[in-house]
Design a protein around this ligand. Structure first.
Ligand SMILES: *Cc1c(COP(=O)(O)O)cnc(C)c1O
Length: 488
């Protein structure tokens, strides 16, 4: 029997380390299931949900007194539990922000898990920490941040945004009344990060955007002046490098110039959009990103990494260590020499996993050109979707394609498509809600909706490396068909 439980077992803990042959067989079984999943993905649904009652009913909630063979548990997870989830890397998964890891990332993560690296201190992880420094240096180069910039890999964009807030307050000398600014298109995690960091609600200003949903420099300037006149200390302006709603990028070069002249830090939340600098069109939109004081990136979004893998890059990474460095007697052996970094002092986690290996495997294994091609395809597909929507007699473009995202709605055969609908907003919202519900119920594609200036919008976010024009075109065709059926 495979699974490590012979009749000769000496103790109940033998299952923690099965015999080598059993380890291999179990490992190969897991790899076989993964390869099946990866090769059959397109024929599977992009998403399957269940109620809490139905999902919990699949699981035996009792704690067993004795262990049981792992083969059965692997199959139970693969066939019973894992199907009830999004296949976020499916070619027709266009909802929220997709994540499509590549095989190199998975290989890296499997190795990192198997070696169980503790990457909080240099003492315990010189090689892996050197690899994180290497990966961060690649990011620095791609963003064109100045030499000496650096950062930390985090659990995601939310953690990175929180760190950016803490770094800004520290860099400003921890003023008594710090204020931070984000646009009305800013990600909710910035506000949440500020709350965790102890900023009162009124110290977080939401600034209105222009008709292109971008943060204007005059808006920023006047907010800074107003608050300074009140005796408050602006510490951080947060700009979008790919807003989650629409993919919109603020004018980063211009905002950087304003922030520099006003003496306030600029943070660019480029969690999903930042790696688009690898594509020429993306780089054009993100021009100036390297002039920011800090930048949030999410390798688990557009650098084809597994969850969870985020990153904060800073011009002055030492400010994080000033803000967060901790000295404890039980860590006295972990002092670093120049050039070494205790990554546990740059973030929230002391115990942290080795995230750089998946990135390193991906960049080395795919190469810059392959990554640029995969990212560029998403940008192109969103552009083609925009053109297809503009041509349609019943779809209406609500926001042009930006960094893989396009927002639109069904406005009806009689509505004149993109050329001004005659229906009222409430009616259009009800109709598009019904379309969104039907799309999810039919289950062919995974899409999600949002609101733009209080208008209900259907949204496509095209980041997956498996997505092709046929997948995007199919979804738009379905929206037209369902819209017509609902109107009939
Ligand atoms: C996804 C996203 C975040 C949050 O990142 P997590 O990795 O989900 O924590 C923040 N900002 C933007 C712009 C995002 O797209």
């Amino acid at each position: 029997m495979i699974g490590g439980f012979g009749d000769d077992r000496a103790s109940g803990t033998d299952a923690l380390v099965p015999h080598p042959e059993a380890m291999r067989a179990l490992g190969y079984r897991v790899v076989d299931r993964l390869v099946e999943r990866w090769t059959d993905l397109e024929d599977d649904v992009p998403w399957r949900g269940a109620s809490a009652a139905d999902a919990l009913a699949l699981l035996d909630s009792r704690v067993p007194e004795e262990g049981e063979p792992l083969e059965g548990l692997i199959e139970e997870a693969v066939h019973g539990v894992l199907p009830l989830a999004g296949r976020i890397d499916h070619p027709r998964f266009f909802g929220f922000v997709p994540s499509a890891p590549g095989w190199p990332a998975l290989m890296g993560d499997m190795l990192a898990a198997g070696f169980n690296v503790f990457q909080g201190t240099w003492l315990e992880s010189a090689g892996p920490s050197a690899m994180e420094l290497t990966v961060l240096e690649w990011f620095r180069g791609w963003l064109e941040m100045p030499e000496g910039s650096g950062g930390v890999l985090t659990s995601g964009g939310s953690a990175a945004n929180l760190l950016a807030v803490v770094a800004a307050r520290e860099a400003a000398g921890r003023p008594e009344w710090p204020v931070l600014y984000l646009s009305d298109q800013g990600h909710s995690s910035i506000r949440r990060g500020a709350r965790i960091a102890g900023f009162p609600e009124e110290a977080v200003r939401t600034l209105p955007t222009d008709e292109g949903l971008r943060l204007g420099t005059e808006t920023v300037r006047s907010a800074l002046r107003q608050d300074r006149a009140q005796g408050l200390t602006p510490v951080l302006v947060c700009a979008n490098g790919g807003a989650t709603n629409t993919g919109t990028v603020d004018d980063l070069a211009e905002l950087a110039a304003v922030c520099r002249s006003e003496g306030v830090r600029l943070h660019v939340d480029a969690a999903y959009g930042g790696f688009a600098v690898l594509d020429p069109e993306g780089a054009r939109q993100l021009r100036g990103i390297g002039e920011a004081d800090s930048v949030t990136l999410d390798p688990h979004k557009w650098l084809f990494q597994n969850y969870d893998c985020g990153c904060l890059m800073l011009r002055d990474p030492a400010v994080l260590e000033r803000a967060l460095g901790h000295r404890a007697e039980y860590l006295q052996d972990t002092e670093t020499s120049p050039g070494e970094v205790n990554f546990g002092e740059r973030g929230i986690q002391l115990s942290r996993r080795f995230r750089a290996l998946g990135i390193w495997m991906t960049v080395r294994g795919v190469g810059r050109r392959g990554l640029a091609e995969a990212i560029g395809r998403g940008i192109d597909l969103a552009g083609r979707a925009e053109a297809r929507i503009a041509e349609s007699t019943c779809l209406e473009l609500l926001h042009p394609a930006r960094l893989g995202v396009v927002c639109y709605r069904y406005s009806g055969a009689g509505g004149g498509g993109s050329h001004g609908a005659a229906r009222d907003e409430a009616e259009l919202e009800a109709l598009n809600r019904a379309i969104q519900d039907r799309l999810l119920a039919e289950g062919h594609a995974m899409v999600s909706s949002t609101r733009l200036r209080d208008r209900y919008a259907l949204r496509l976010c095209i980041l997956g490396h498996r997505s092709r024009w046929e997948h995007v075109r199919e979804v738009l065709g379905q929206v037209e068909r369902i819209g017509r059926e609902l109107e009939a």
